[in-house]
Design a protein around this ligand. Structure first.
Ligand SMILES: [Zn+2]
Ligand SMILES: [Zn+2]
Ligand SMILES: [Zn+2]
Length: 258
């Protein structure tokens, strides 16, 4: 199993429009963070997790020509607005299965009304061919076991994913400020944990660094990588004082689990 960090930034992206702070103007490429997205490859097939407005650029950057499934964590704009850009894939490949909870689907369907409820007299450009799959317990995609894990993001539930190829266990947790006790139990024994860390100061809907590190300390994965980061973290500075085994991810980072 191999993963590629497509984007590691918070909702506004780094650099942020109109911001001239040290991180937004940094020449270190690791300080440029497109909106959060992750690619998981296994035996020549690929799962895309979340699909932001930066999805198109991420696919071009990584020269991706085929996707076999998409997983969506929740329906905030920075995780779904690239859905329409599945079109070049579906024109070539046909229908792509997209997995989300019923709650997330009900929100995605409202945003992309023209895909999911096209008017009967619809004429015009091609629509992405999406097969709606409803997450309700463990499922299998491209030979990987996927366990959905519920985390809390302000007043909504977000789906985190534990992914196993039978030998290696990883989990992707974006956008949360709380991991309930029974969800923590589903996240034990990980080789790799990818987890939300927005900034240094507390935030109402995201983990801040101290909380993220406390969860990592509790779960004790072999390796932890931070994502969904804001412009308070300068890569060279923040990464230099993280505990052993904890690192900041960056756009384009690839990790081989073998
Ligand atoms: Zn987000
Ligand atoms: Zn900034
Ligand atoms: Zn969110």
């Amino acid at each position: 199993m191999r993963i590629i960090f497509l984007g590691t930034g918070t909702s506004v992206g780094i650099p942020t429009i109109g911001c001239s702070c040290e991180v937004c103007t940094s020449s270190d490429p690791r300080d440029t963070r497109t909106r959060t997205g992750l690619l998981v490859e296994h035996q020549g097939q690929r799962i895309q997790i979340d699909i932001s407005a930066d999805f198109r650029q991420q696919m071009l950057r990584e020269r991706i020509d085929r996707l076999d499934a998409v997983l969506i964590t929740h329906a905030h704009a920075d995780h779904i607005l690239g859905l329409d850009d599945l079109r070049p894939f579906t024109f070539r490949q046909g229908e792509i299965p997209v997995h989300a909870t019923a709650e997330t689907w009900s929100r995605v369907e409202r945003v992309f009304y023209y895909i999911f409820s096209p008017p009967s007299n619809y004429v015009g450009g091609g629509l992405p061919r999406i097969r709606r799959e409803y997450i309700d317990g463990r499922f299998e995609v491209i030979g990987l076991q996927i366990t959905p894990v519920t985390v809390i993001h302000g007043n909504m539930e977000v789906t985190a994913f534990r992914i196993s190829d039978g030998r290696f266990e990883m989990a992707f947790i974006t956008d949360c400020n709380l991991i309930p006790e029974n969800s923590l139990r589903q996240l034990e024994g990980l080789d790799l944990l990818i987890i939300d860390a927005l900034r240094y100061k507390p935030h109402s809907t995201h983990l801040h660094l101290e909380q993220t590190l406390a969860y990592i300390e509790r779960l004790k994965p072999r390796r932890a990588l931070l994502t969904h980061m804001g412009h308070n973290f300068k890569h060279a500075v923040t990464s230099s004082h993280l505990p052993t085994g904890v690192e900041m991810a960056w756009d384009g980072l690839q990790v081989e689990l073998n």
